[in-house]
Design a protein around this ligand. Structure first.
Ligand code: FNR
Length: 217
């Protein structure tokens, strides 16, 4: 396969395993459920997710699905699930795709995000993640860009049969990328996100027929 160089926010060259042609017709509206792995008001992850949505192709519509009020997953509650669990599942289920934007906590996925993954994965056989195209963007104020969280999350998504977008996004030095109003002010990161969003949109189109067939089954 041909090497496809991508520049991320830190300026590293990436090798992408899939070549995107830019030729796919993307006229159909696709909804993307966005799950942010940080709850804090000034979250860089949320700012990045908003910037991503603003830079994405017009056919992608983003639905930010909140996870902060989800009760801890507890199998004993499954027979009479909390209303927040049901509302969360009902928001994610109809989406055409899912985007995770997350920081790294102790080299892994923040607990609140793992809880949301678990809530969405049940009842057994009715996971809302099943078959959806999905992308993972991780970030950190440090240089490694949340690599550990990114790949721990991807491990769960493999098990959950998410059609993972293979292109990598590790956003380092995240606190330097936004102004005091929360706007993205780093042109390199904006270019990277624009390209990533366009390629993700194309990936969604590639997966859409299989995802539709799975939904109908
Ligand atoms: C962190 N942080 C962090 N950063 C990192 O790069 N690797 C790590 O393992 C950790 N671990 C960690 C644990 C805990 C409990 C906290 C609270 C923080 C720092 C983290 O990346 C930073 O707080 C981000 O700003 C969080 O993202 P938001 O909230 O800005 O989106």
């Amino acid at each position: 396969m041909r090497k496809h160089p991508i520049i991320n926010a830190s300026g590293w060259d990436h090798l992408c395993r899939i070549e995107f042609t830019g030729e796919t017709q993307m006229t159909q509206i696709r909804t993307v459920a966005v799950v942010v792995g940080s709850l804090r008001k000034d979250s860089a992850s949320r700012k990045l997710a908003k910037a991503f949505a603003a830079l994405a192709p017009a056919n992608l519509k983003f639905d930010f699905v909140e996870i902060g009020d989800l009760p801890h997953f507890d199998q004993d509650l499954e027979s009479d699930p909390p209303a927040q669990w049901t509302a969360f599942r009902d928001r994610v289920r109809p989406a055409d795709a899912v985007l995770f934007v997350t920081p790294e906590y102790n080299r892994s996925v923040p607990g609140v995000l793992k809880n949301a993954i678990d809530v969405g994965s049940r009842p057994y056989g009715q996971s809302v993640w099943n078959g959806k195209p999905g992308a993972v963007i991780s970030l950190s104020p440090g240089a490694i860009g949340g690599f550990g969280a990114n790949h721990h999350l991807r491990q769960s998504l493999v098990f959950l049969n998410v059609a993972q977008f293979s292109q990598e996004a590790y956003i380092g030095n995240a606190f330097t990328l936004f102004d005091e109003t929360g706007e993205l002010v780093n042109d390199g990161t904006a270019d990277f996100l624009r390209g990533y969003a366009a390629a993700f949109a194309e990936w969604i189109e590639r997966i859409a027929p299989a995802a539709a067939a799975q939904k109908a089954a």
